[in-house]
Design a binder for this molecule. Structure first.
Ligand code: BES
Ligand code: ZN
Ligand code: ZN
Length: 492
């Protein structure tokens, strides 16, 4: 069980505390809360080798209170993300103690108190995720049961609201992480269809299109990719409707390949070890709908996830095959491992038919995204600069990094086919991530659209400050921020 996170406006005498410490220009240290420590204590911590670097921790005793010092780096560089990292580092260190409860003082002077509580709590929540369902003897759970955040009484209400927001955000991320970490044979399309239906409620309608419906609507891309698999595909359609008139209508589309073997263009063994995470885009979309009714934005939100395995079974689609997508465009499949764009072709065309104001898709689309930007930066492409700017701002608020790639028009030739409208690969070794984006653009019917390639960022075998090893749950918080901004209240 993760610890309970609470606001405490009337601190009882404390026994265990967490305090931030900035590192000064001259190499000294300063407390992140006025009057927290005397100079001698900080000099001693420094002499003991504590530098106040971001994420660094140091245990001291202050007048009988066990105090965990957590480094914040330089004060002038500190921002919301520094506070997230502070929360995460604090949690990790606390989890290694026998402490049942602790009080965290959000650092002063970086953000207003309530916002600071939100950021620190989000860091705590993201770091507290565990995936040990398949250990017959799970490692001992951390002793920590309760984490309280200091907030002065007049700010307690606002801080409580922002804490609730942090809890919702981490809940959505953890839902996505759980789905992504699930072993591939246990999350077949029908299983994910059931998980989707379970998210239906008063404000969320869920339709799971099964194979007969897909045949009828002409989803030839999804059906084509599915042919090598023993498990039929599904296309999930979530729809969140606000209580009042929606200010905008957004559609989110997520790639849902529950396992990508490459199909007949089979991947090498090393290349498929982590390919259960090829449904991370779909998991992102699922995550949004777990919390949207409670976030209650004034916008209509659609979520579409085309879900199938990509396998080389006896009837698998073959290099040279031609499939017809939902919008009637024909695709010559020259590499069955470029399957994400083929299933997304249908899903984007489906989204475009709903007539939304904008379409955002997220996919583990290309290995080339990792080559270009590595594991910490999302590749983003869009046909609408203003949408790109808004998404970039939403990502910054979430502490996620994005970088734009151009939808270079002169490369459109690369995906022209001699036999069909398009082919599913470009020139070998040339701009693979951009080619993926250009291909998807063909299916959005000219609507404002943005594509996030999360192939590099969705999985981290070693873990990162905010994520244990495995699924990172990336993009969920960025999309939630984007939705909250779209409702006009412009809440970060
Ligand atoms: N799911 C992969 C992309 C991927 C690779 C995601 C590594 C995460 C880590 C995608 O379906 C794929 O195989 N793409 C091919 C496209 C190529 C054949 C044009 C790729 O990137 O090699
Ligand atoms: Zn593939
Ligand atoms: Zn794939």
């Amino acid at each position: 069980m993760p610890p309970r996170l609470l606001i405490d406006p009337a601190p009882a005498p404390r026994r265990r505390a967490v305090r931030g410490v900035f590192r000064d220009g001259d190499g000294g240290l300063s407390a992140a809360n006025p009057g927290a420590f005397d100079a001698a204590l900080l000099r001693e911590a420094r002499a003991d080798g504590f530098f106040g670097k971001i994420g660094e921790t140091h245990l001291v005793s202050v007048q009988g209170v066990k105090t965990l010092l957590v480094g914040l780096g330089a004060r002038k560089e500190a921002d919301g993300h520094t506070l997230r990292l502070f929360g995460a580092a604090a949690y990790r260190r606390i989890a290694a103690t026998t402490w049942p409860e602790v009080r965290i003082s959000p650092p002063d002077g970086v953000l207003p108190t309530a916002e600071a509580v939100r950021a620190v709590a989000e860091g705590v929540g993201l770091a507290a995720y565990r995936h040990d369902a398949f250990k017959s003897k799970p490692a001992d759970a951390p002793a920590i049961r309760e984490i309280r955040f200091d907030a002065p009484p007049r700010e307690a209400k606002a801080a409580g609201e922002r804490l609730a927001l942090a809890r919702l955000f981490t809940e959505a991320v953890d839902f996505a992480r759980d789905l992504i970490n699930e072993p591939p044979s246990r999350k077949t399309p029908s299983v994910l269809g059931r998980r989707a239906r379970a998210l239906a409620g008063p404000r969320v309608r869920v339709t799971v299109h099964e194979k007969p419906a897909l045949l009828k609507m002409g989803a030839g891309g999804l059906l084509g990719v599915n042919r090598g698999s023993a498990h039929p595909p599904v296309m999930v359609h979530f729809r969140y409707a606000p209580a009042g008139r929606p200010r905008r209508r957004l559609a989110f589309v997520g790639k849902g390949i529950t396992f990508d073997s490459g199909g007949l263009s089979l991947k090498p063994a090393d290349g498929m070890m982590t390919m259960k995470y090829d449904m991370a885009g779909a998991a992102t979309v699922f995550g949004l709908f777990t919390v949207l009714p409670r976030l209650a934005p004034d916008v209509e939100v659609h979520g579409i996830a085309p879900i199938t395995e990509n396998m080389p079974g006896p009837d698998a689609y073959k290099p040279g095959d031609v499939v017809t997508a939902l919008n009637g465009k024909t695709i010559e499949v020259l590499n069955t491992d470029a399957e994400g764009r083929v299933v997304l072709a249908d899903a984007l065309a489906y989204a475009a038919r709903l007539g939304p104001d904008e379409i955002l898709d997220v996919a583990t689309l290309t290995g080339a995204a990792t080559v270009a930007l590595g594991k910490n930066v999302l590749a983003v492409m869009s046909n609408t600069p203003a949408l790109m700017d808004r998404l970039g701002a939403a990502a910054r608020d979430a502490g996620e990094k994005t970088w734009p790639l151009p939808l270079e028009p002169s490369y459109r030739d690369h995906i022209k086919s001699k036999v069909a409208d398009l082919k599913n690969i470009g020139n070998p070794g040339e701009a693979g991530t951009i080619i993926g984006g250009l291909f998807l653009e063909e299916f959005v019917d000219g609507r404002p659209w943005l594509h996030v390639d999360m192939a590099g960022v969705g999985w981290n075998a070693n873990g990162s400050p905010l994520s244990p090893p495995g699924a990172t749950g990336a993009v969920v918080r960025t999309f939630l921020n984007h939705i909250l901004r779209a409702d006009g209240r412009n809440r970060p």
